[in-house]
Design a protein around this ligand. Structure first.
Ligand SMILES: [Fe+2]
Length: 269
């Protein structure tokens, strides 16, 4: 069992075998939505893979019981997602990918493990043409801003260990999976190439810029997001999360910094 309290601020523990959470009495009990490989086949590089059956677990709407009303009043939702470690052929295990309605951003925090977040911004009139694509590599306690109008997937680049990620998002935000279904995956598939990451073009896309590889800025002070404060605890100053319902009031330029070449990648194939 891994105690996630220190990084998440919530009294929850992860069972490394079942990949399920156990919540303390002060935390709302939620059953996870489970994403199976059957549901994911259309977005995988190798569509013939059929194991493992369960790829990731989504606990939507977790909270301390005492915070429930406040979270609802602020039109917010806090989720925890657990993504299995391992491979699907050469590809790392990932989430299925979606866009948000109405320009809503989202803020992730890595609670355990390491995360890759691949974000892509399409042209307004043709989503097969990508204007910008960003890969964020993040470790425990680091926060990843999902920029308005960017579709996104999370990738677990570990052969052995799960990735645990939390997020705050507007409760009015609706995920739209249809574009990723039509394009049969994100703009790139991220594969393991003898210990290095490799980006494999998704041939659906007619225009694919080179991936910008970045790291999260540790403190986003203007947004009230600090490395040493668990993302959940930001609800104590709920006005700090108001950007999630009012995306255009904020400038997102300072959310990332250039990667110091620690991520070796062949771009693109
Ligand atoms: Fe999202």
């Amino acid at each position: 069992m891994i105690n996630l309290f220190k990084n998440s601020g919530l009294s929850v523990r992860l069972d490394l075998n079942s990949l399920k959470l156990t919540c303390a009495d002060d935390v709302l009990k939620i059953e996870p939505d489970i994403r199976t490989i059957q549901e994911m086949k259309g977005v995988l590089l190798d569509k013939k893979i059929d194991a493992p059956r369960e790829l990731y677990y989504m606990y939507r709407g977790l909270c301390k019981l005492k915070d429930k009303e406040k979270i609802t009043a602020n039109r917010l939702r806090y989720d925890i997602t657990i993504i299995r470690g391992g491979f699907l052929g050469d590809e790392f295990i990932k989430t299925s990918g979606h866009y948000h309605n109405q320009h809503y951003p989202e803020i992730y925090e890595v609670l355990w493990g390491e995360a890759l977040c691949l974000m892509q911004k399409p042209q307004k009139d043709d989503f097969s043409k990508i204007e910008d694509i960003v890969l964020v590599k993040a470790k425990a306690k680091e926060k990843i801003m999902v920029l308005p109008d960017y579709g996104h997937i999370l990738v677990n680049p570990s052969a052995d260990f799960p990735l645990v990620v939390a997020n705050w998002i507007s409760s009015d935000c609706r995920p739209d999976y249809s574009q990723y279904k039509q394009s049969r995956g994100a703009a790139y598939f991220i594969t393991n190439n003898e210990g290095e990451f490799r980006f494999v073009n998704n041939e659906f896309f007619k225009q694919l810029p080179k991936v910008r590889i970045v790291r999260p800025r540790l403190d986003m002070k203007d947004l009230g997001l600090l490395f040493d404060i668990p993302l959940y605890d930001t609800i104590e100053q709920s006005n700090k999360l108001s950007f999630l319902n009012d995306p255009h009031r904020y400038n997102y330029d300072s959310c990332f910094m250039a990667d110091k070449a620690e991520l070796k990648a062949a771009i693109p194939l």
